[in-house]
Design a protein. Structure first.
Lengths: 49, 235
């Protein structure tokens, strides 16, 4: 592989990595929010009883 | 049954994403002019397309909220949840566009950024929807949803401007590959990789849009319950 091809490859890896970090980071945040909501719902049910 | 269908959709989407990745890296040939760096297109363009469609969903939700908020408040809340989900997931995809674009640009043009019409209008679109999300996060009171809906409608007006920007003006950003002037288009050998990734990113986007919508609906139910309890406590 020549230097240009190596650099091209690094840029592609950077772009794909950033994409997945953003997407999976957002999904993780959504999952965390969902879990927090479930916990709140359980707590609210307990206090109502 | 509902859970099974949802699980199946997740599995199919993941399989779709893996196949899309395989096609982008190994299926598509090297671009004659740009070499391997051209493969960024398989993530960059589908992300932009998904962002545009989700901002359109946010627009429809915002219009729905404004038109239903007095006559049918229950449906207005559903419309508002779609508006928020569309805007938020749209911002996620738009962020991907605004980061992968400069990475590609640095290699292809030798610069990270330039204030041409396509890049600037995309940044403005992102800023409008980030301000929409900040408004929803920090503004309190009954007017918040109405203000957000109005901002959502104005924000969506930028989408056609972004889309048309490299048709109306001369830009550093390349001319449109699809739906451009005569001679535009992609080599047929690259089309399968492009369309597989387009489908995969739409499938992924719909999945997280549905999740975000569900979380927001749950949030609305909690808020309604809390308001009800507060009312009962004062009576």
């Amino acid at each position: 592989m020549d230097e240009k091809a190596i650099l091209d490859h690094q840029f592609v890896v950077a772009a794909y990595t950033v994409t997945w970090v953003i997407q999976l980071g957002y999904v993780a945040w959504l999952a965390w929010k969902w879990r927090a909501q479930k916990r709140t719902a359980v707590r609210a049910n307990r206090t109502q009883r | 049954m509902k859970k099974f269908a949802f699980g199946l959709y997740i599995v199919l989407t993941i399989a779709f994403m893996i196949w899309g990745y395989y096609m982008a890296i190994y299926g598509a040939p090297l671009d004659a002019a740009q070499g391997e760096v051209f493969r960024i297109i398989f993530y960059h363009v589908p992300s932009a397309s998904v962002a545009f469609v989700f901002f359109a969903i946010s627009l429809i939700g915002s219009i729905g909220y404004l038109s239903l908020r007095r006559g049918n408040p229950a449906f207005a809340q559903i419309a508002d949840a779609w508006a928020l989900a569309g805007a938020e997931v749209g911002v996620v995809f738009c962020t991907v566009v605004l980061i992968t674009g400069p990475i590609w640009g640095r290699r292809a043009w030798g610069i990270w950024w330039t204030w041409d019409a396509r890049l600037t209008t995309t940044l403005v679109l992102w800023l409008i929807y980030v301000s929409y999300l900040l408004l929803r996060r920090f503004a309190a009171g009954p007017q918040m949803q109405t203000l957000a809906a109005v901002l959502g409608i104005f924000g969506a007006l930028d989408v056609p401007i972004v889309y048309m920007s490299n048709r109306w003006w001369r830009t550093q950003h390349p001319a449109p590959v699809f739906g451009g002037s005569e001679g535009s288009g992609m080599d047929p050998s690259m089309l399968p990789a492009f369309f597989w990734n387009m489908g995969a990113w739409f499938a992924w986007g719909i999945l997280i849009l549905a999740l975000r919508y569900r979380v927001e609906r749950q949030q609305q139910k909690f808020a309604a319950q809390e308001a009800q309890q507060a009312l009962e406590a004062t009576n």
